[in-house]
Design a protein around this ligand. Structure first.
Ligand code: BGP
Length: 485
């Protein structure tokens, strides 16, 4: 809303914090009745730069399920937050966190996803975590599914491809909404819902040799079921905890044209629409027209009931959240492909890249914030942003990570510019407050934390936590509400 008074910085109730995911932080993968999840059957990456992206198929799935170790599957050990949560949350409080993003491991609550009654020990763990956060007045921001589907559902229904999983998911969401209705104000349904179309988790796991067209059909049908499940979760939350808010969560990949040539500009617009499509459905409550053309041109037919359409329209999300790490350039002949394990387009000559080839673009964050605010007019929340890097722990247990401070400072500066542009930004949970297992590589050595965790890629180490230089820097940022950067 236009107002004469000028905005000079972050609102006083801005939610500063950090983000994690159960499968990358908790460990305790077989403790207190927990079942195996899709993320925990992804082996360590062969090629550390490109990551494994979890290439799971029927054979590797069976092999992983049979393997009861955590040696080959580092996400099963995480960094043992399950037993360190009090110490870790105290460190988050020392930095001044207002909010902490975590995911609930679905398989702690329903080990196979098929049970009628929940696993009380799993519910009790998150009660303890919320009690600890409450002690320090830190708001939980809870992701319901962060690549953590119970493996039995993947085996039986091939991930989200079967509508039956909607029932299982919404039995889980209803259970946790009822249990934590007085503890949790902010919920997200699916982490980076647009990545399921890349098929590296939860969908297509059982389909080895599909053609590209068949893969697209599988993944867009599967994500339709996630849209429906997300709308049902929104309906449940309005009934169970009317004051709580629920958001969509997108891996935001702002795409730039390779040149000012209108051909490239139009190609970039199409790429950007394919990214925004997911939030279009969850925030506007309907499929956008431009997807009709894409579906028709690719022979994709979504099996969708009129009830589905009514649910989507009636229950859009309250806010839009997204992860932001990099931007892409539409891949055109002659432009070298991005080498990062997540960048899908061409290399941008104006940008530096991380050791894992992710193109670093702080101004792109301001661009994306304005695109998303103009498009949806709903509050925004940056729920992931950070730099994966190889850190060195000195003999006196310090980590001088100026490179991470620079990355975060440049992005927070652009966030502030976007707020002054008039964007309604709720908060910022950087990825990640402490070193945890990298999703795409299943490694420890790709470190994001403000806190160093003593564990190597093979799982050796004391798991001791050490404050990096960035810990003290972020503490000042929060204390000054973004004035001291
Ligand atoms: C996002 C995921 C996070 C986290 C992050 C960093 O896509 O939502 O779970 O993993 O990427 O990526 P990575 O850990 O692969 O370096």
């Amino acid at each position: 809303m236009y107002s004469k008074e000028s905005i000079t910085g972050f609102p006083k109730d801005f939610l500063w914090g950090g983000a994690t995911a159960a499968n990358q932080i908790e460990g305790a993968w077989q403790v207190d009745g927990k079942g195996l999840t899709t993320a925990e059957v992804v082996r360590k990456a062969e090629d550390r730069r490109h990551g494994s992206m979890g290439d799971v198929n029927a054979d590797t799935l069976q092999e992983a399920i049979a393997d009861h170790s955590d040696v080959h599957y580092p996400k099963r050990r995480g960094v043992d937050f399950y037993h360190h949560y009090k110490e870790d949350i105290a460190l988050f409080a020392e930095m001044g966190f207002k909010v902490f993003r975590l995911s609930i491991a679905w398989s702690r609550i329903f080990p196979t996803g098929l049970e009628e009654n929940p696993n009380e020990a799993g519910l009790a763990f998150y009660d303890r975590v919320f009690d600890e956060l409450d002690k320090y007045h830190i708001e939980p921001l809870v992701t319901l599914s962060h690549y953590e589907m119970p493996i039995e559902l993947t085996k039986r229904y091939n991930g989200w491809l079967d509508r039956e999983v909607i029932k299982a998911f919404n039995h889980y969401t209803e259970t946790v909404f009822k249990r934590y209705k007085d503890r949790v104000k902010y919920w997200l349904t699916f982490n980076e819902i647009n990545t399921s179309a890349w098929g590296f988790h939860e969908t297509g796991a059982m389909d080895g040799d599909l053609s590209t067209q068949e893969q697209l059909q599988v993944r867009y049908q599967a994500v339709h079921h996630q849209f429906v499940a997300s709308a049902i979760a929104t309906k449940q939350l309005k009934e169970i905890a009317p004051n709580a808010k629920i958001g969509s969560m997108l891996a935001r990949m702002q795409t730039y044209p390779a040149t000012a040539n209108p051909v490239d500009v139009q190609a970039a617009q199409v790429e950007d629409q394919k990214n925004l499509f997911y939030t279009d459905v969850q925030a506007r409550g309907e499929y956008p027209e431009y997807m009709n053309r894409y579906f028709n041109e690719n022979g994709i037919v979504i099996n969708m009931s009129t009830d589905d359409e009514k649910l989507l329209k009636q229950y859009p999300v309250d806010f839009i959240s997204f992860s932001y790490y990099m931007t892409n350039v539409t891949g055109v002949d002659g432009v070298e492909d991005g080498i990062g394990n997540m960048s899908l387009g061409g290399r941008n000559p104006y940008l530096k890249e991380s050791e894992w080839g992710w193109q670093i673009d702080p101004i792109g964050l301001r661009v994306s914030l304005n695109v998303l605010w103009d498009r949806y007019r709903k509050p925004l929340f940056i729920v992931e942003n950070g730099l994966g890097a190889v850190d060195e722990l000195t003999a006196d247990y310090k980590v001088h990570d100026d490179y991470r401070i620079d990355y975060l400072r440049l992005h927070i500066e652009q966030m502030k510019e976007a707020v002054i542009d008039g964007v309604d930004l709720m908060g910022y949970t950087m990825w990640a407050p402490l070193d945890i297992i990298s999703f795409s590589t299943s490694e420890m050595s790709k470190r994001y934390g403000l806190i160093y965790v003593d564990q190597d890629d093979a799982g050796n180490g004391t798991l001791k936590r050490y404050k990096k230089d960035s810990f003290f820097w972020y503490q000042k940022v929060i204390e000054s509400n973004g004035k001291i950067l």
